[in-house]
Design a protein around this ligand. Structure first.
Ligand code: ATP
Length: 283
């Protein structure tokens, strides 16, 4: 006998599972009224309450509502039942950028195009006072047209979270992608830390491996803190110069978005659709 489809809130039909994170499962869904495909993130309320993550979920919702951009996964609506929270989101058909890199490193033009879109999205988030804090290829989805969509704002922070010193203090992110100033626990500027992660992502796309990998976590942190990176021989000198500005261990001298979009490697060849959101610092 055919299994009856699961209907959610009389609005969505729940389909196959697309992926699983630590606290959520993501399913394909179909809007019953419009037949539009959606991704439905299902979060277990009890689990979230048990680990005290309710504020984090609330923040993820506010942030996703704030960042409406073509290269950011869009949140359609949030629903709740007695035991679950549901996010109905834009469905991104092509999977994670991570899977593409796992098949082999990308050519410069292809990586540059993804990087343009990543920087466009990150710049927009920053202009809205949102720092992602967990940028990595696993959180970058690719749609059917090959366009990148930033997802998973579960660890993001809002500008207003900054302490009196104007810095963020929560240590978070994924070790291999995390900026030296986060490791060093002295407080950090969320925008500068995101730029570092973008640098690591660009390296991974073009090299096919991580720039600061070490089986020993402490050694990996030491290498990150020193910005100790060896470039593969196929990296052009232009690219090396660009990478070293992104992976500058000193956040005060690390390149900013306004400067990086002017760099010859960024500007080369492909004409980006990158438009800086608005002058930085003014919201
Ligand atoms: P984590 O534990 O890494 O923070 P999470 O619980 O927040 O994860 P997500 O990373 O948001 O969950 O989603 C888990 C997986 O589901 C993703 O890696 C991706 O493969 C898939 N996924 C998430 N959102 C979408 C979407 N909008 N469209 C298609 N697939 C998606």
């Amino acid at each position: 006998m055919e299994k009856k489809p699961t209907i959610l809130m009389n609005r969505y039909e729940l389909g196959r599972m697309l992926g699983q994170g630590t606290f959520a499962k993501v399913y394909h869904g179909r809007n019953l009224a419009s037949s539009q495909s959606v991704a439905i993130k299902v979060i277990d309320k009890e689990k979230v309450l048990r680990v005290g993550m309710i504020d984090q979920i609330k923040r993820e919702i506010s942030v996703m509502r704030l960042v409406r951009h073509p290269n950011v996964v869009q949140l359609h609506e949030v629903m709740a039942s007695k035991s679950k929270i549901y996010f109905a989101m834009e469905y991104v058909r092509g999977g994670e950028l991570f899977t593409r890199v796992a098949r082999g490193r990308l050519k410069e033009d292809s990586a540059r195009r993804y990087f343009h879109q990543l920087i466009g999205a990150v710049d927009f988030c920053h202009s809205r006072g949102v720092y992602h804090r967990d940028l990595k290829p696993e959180n970058l989805l690719v749609d059917e047209h090959g366009n990148l969509k930033v997802s998973d704002f579960g660890l993001s922070a809002l500008k207003e979270c900054q302490k009196q010193d104007g810095l963020l203090h929560t240590t978070c992110g994924t070790p291999a992608y995390v900026a030296p100033e986060i490791i060093n626990k002295k407080g950090y500027d969320g925008a500068k830390a995101d730029i570092w992660s973008c640098g690591v992502i660009l390296f991974v796309l073009l090299a096919g491996y991580l720039p600061f990998h070490d089986a020993n976590l402490m050694e990996m942190y030491r290498r990150i803190s020193r910005g100790d990176v060896k470039y593969p021989q196929w990296f052009s000198s232009d690219l090396r110069r660009f990478m070293s500005k992104l992976l500058d261990p000193n956040p005060n001298t690390r390149i900013t978005i306004e400067k990086l979009v002017e760099h010859p490697w960024f500007k080369k060849g492909y004409k980006p659709a990158v438009m800086l959101a608005q002058p930085h610092g003014s919201n």
